[in-house]
Design a protein around this ligand. Sequence first.
Ligand SMILES: [Zn+2]
Length: 236
Amino acid sequence: MTAPPAHEPHGGALGSRLNWLRAAVLGANDGIVSTAGLVVGVAGATGARDALLTAGLSGLLAGSLSMAVGEYVSVSVQRDSETAALATEKQELHESPEAELDELTALLTARGLTPGVAREAAEQLTERDALRAHARVELGIDPDDLTNPWHAAWASFLAFTVGALLPLLAIVLPPASLRLWITVGSVLTALTLTGWWAARLAAAPAPRATLRTVAGGALAMAVTYAAGSLLGVAGV
Ligand SMILES: [Zn+2]
C-alpha cells in the first residue's frame, strides 16, 4: 500500500480545513460589505460622527450575532443527524453483524475492490473498529471529528467582526472631509484581497470572482449612499 502523493488533497482533514478557511474569508467579506453599506448610507444622510459610530457598531453586533446563531443552528442540525445515524449504525452492527459485514463488503466492491479483496478488507476493518469503518465508508463521517456547533458559531462571529471593523474604523476615524473616500477605498481594496483569496481557496478562476466581489461591494455602497442622501435631503 503506498501513500497518496503529498501535494494532492486527500482525506477529510485538508478538505475540512480549506472549508473552514473559505467560510472565514466569506464571513469577513459579509462583515465588510454589510457594514460598509450601512455606514456609507448613514454618511449620506448625516456627518455626525456619533451617528456613524452607533450605526456601524450596531451593524457589526447585529451581523456577527446573526451569523453566529445561524451557523450554530445549521451545524447543530447536521451534528444531530450525524449522531443519530451513528446510533442507528451501532444498533445495526449489534443486531445483525453478518448483514453489516456483507454491506461493508458490497460498499468496498462498489469502490473498485474485487469481491475477494473487499471481503478481506471488510473483515479486517470490522475487526479493528466496525463502527468507524461503517461511519466512514457508509455514512462518510468521521465519528471522532464531528463538527462542533460552538466552534462554527465562534468562527463566523469572529470572521464577520474582523470584516466589519474595517469600514467602521474607516468611517469614524478620519476627518469628515476624507471619511467617505477612505472608507470606499479601503473597502474596495479589502474586497479585492478577500475575493481573490476566496476564489483561490475554491480553486476557481480568481479574476472573475474578485471582480464580482468588488462590484458587489461597490454596488452596495452606491445604493445605500444614494438612499441615505435622499433621506438626508428630505430631512427624514
Ligand atoms: Zn452499516
